[in-house]
Design a protein around this ligand. Structure first.
Ligand code: C5P
Length: 244
């Protein structure tokens, strides 16, 4: 069974990220590099990670016209990353262009996933700011997931609460990558809709994106291992086992 934890490296520079990762000596966890770290350090830090066998989810959430996204993905596909993402709101043509860009780079192993609606988007924002009025947030998320699937993408970023419905709509092999995870009893920080690793496993999450619960833990490696164990114990009882 594959390691279900992706550690969010929400650090301001490579030096801080490397100091944190030094504690994982001998292991190469799956890590997420987001806009802050990538814009600060660029491709060289991705190269540093890949040289040391870390699996990398590059969380840049591309959203532009199809031609631009195609060209950008062709560049990112050359970084040997394991996962990358776009906004589903860019539409089917843009998502297909993103996929084609990766293929053009020969990055056949790189999973391409879509952000449906950001977890910071509420029903009120959806209807009053974005003027998406004739649907609920949940329905919008499922619909965007279906568009991503039809565009040839491998999965979506979503909340644990949405994962099961997405599996129902898009099939069990369609990846659900879920942030907002907190081990029982730990600080919720600014996350509104949280779930425990156990809930994530039961509700069909394939990968849990976890930042502060691990990066700010007094014992990050122990916390990381505890989270994996909790997920694995529960995963045995769930119907959405997508990994062999
Ligand atoms: O520290 P925490 O576990 O809340 O970090 C979650 C990570 O997942 C952060 O890098 C955050 O930007 C990212 N994320 C999220 N919600 C989304 C998409 C990404 O929390 N909808």
């Amino acid at each position: 069974m594959e390691n279900p934890v992706i550690i969010a490296l929400d650090f301001e520079n490579a030096s801080k990220a490397k100091t944190f990762l030094a504690g994982f000596e001998g292991q190469s966890p799956y890590v997420k590099v987001g806009m802050e770290l990538f814009y600060a350090e660029g491709a060289s830090f991705i190269g540093w990670l890949k040289k040391r066998n870390f699996r990398v989810f590059l969380d840049l959430k591309l959203h532009d016209i199809p031609t631009t996204v195609h060209k950008a993905m062709k560049i990112l596909g050359g970084l040997n990353i394991d996962m990358v993402n776009v906004h589903a709101a860019g539409g089917v043509a843009m998502m297909k262009a993103a996929k084609d860009g990766l293929v053009a780079a020969g990055a056949h192993h790189t999973k391409l996933i879509a952000v449906t609606q950001l977890t910071s988007t509420t029903e009120k924002v959806l209807s009053e700011e974005l003027l998406i009025k004739d649907t609920s947030l949940n329905h919008c998320v499922s619909h965007y997931a279906k568009l991503a699937k039809d565009s040839g993408l491998d999965g979506v970023v979503c909340s644990v609460q949405e994962a099961m419905e997405i599996k129902n709509v898009c099939g069990k092999d369609f990846l659900t990558v879920t942030p907002g995870i907190r081990p029982s009893g730990s600080d919720t920080h600014d996350q509104a809709r949280i779930a425990t690793p156990k809930e994530a496993a039961v509700k069909g999450s394939d990968f849990m994106v976890i930042g502060r619960s691990i990066t700010q833990s007094v014992e990050p490696v122990s916390t990381y291992k505890e989270i994996i164990n909790e997920w694995r114990e529960s995963h045995e009882n769930n119907n959405f086992a997508t990994f062999a």
